[in-house]
Design a protein around this ligand. Structure first.
Ligand code: SF4
Length: 89
């Protein structure tokens, strides 16, 4: 999720593995992105999430605030929406 771009009061953010230059992988670029570019970018971000010790907190936070963009907690916006829908039953 590129924590450096999203400062906030959440204490777990200090343990985020996506701080620094690799944070670019967590959000779409300003130019149009082809599907295969998006998939490759998201795969890079998700690989970082897989090693991140605050992943559960990050995912819960993104779902709680209905974050509409980017990779958070290893999931993209569509995948988070699916989690929300499952939780809603
Ligand atoms: S789970 Fe992913 S997006 Fe969330 S803080 Fe960790 S590396 Fe960043």
């Amino acid at each position: 999720m590129g924590v450096s771009m999203r400062q906030g009061p959440e204490s777990w953010q200090s343990g985020a593995a996506c701080r620094g230059p690799q944070s670019q992988a967590f959000f779409p670029p300003s130019h149009a992105e082809r599907k295969e570019e998006k998939l490759a970018r998201e795969a890079r971000a998700k690989a970082i999430c897989a090693e991140c010790r605050v992943r559960p907190d990050c995912l819960d936070y993104a779902i709680r605030i209905r974050e509409p963009h980017g990779i958070w907690g290893g999931l993209n916006e569509v995948e988070r929406k699916q989690v929300l829908e499952r939780r809603a039953g």
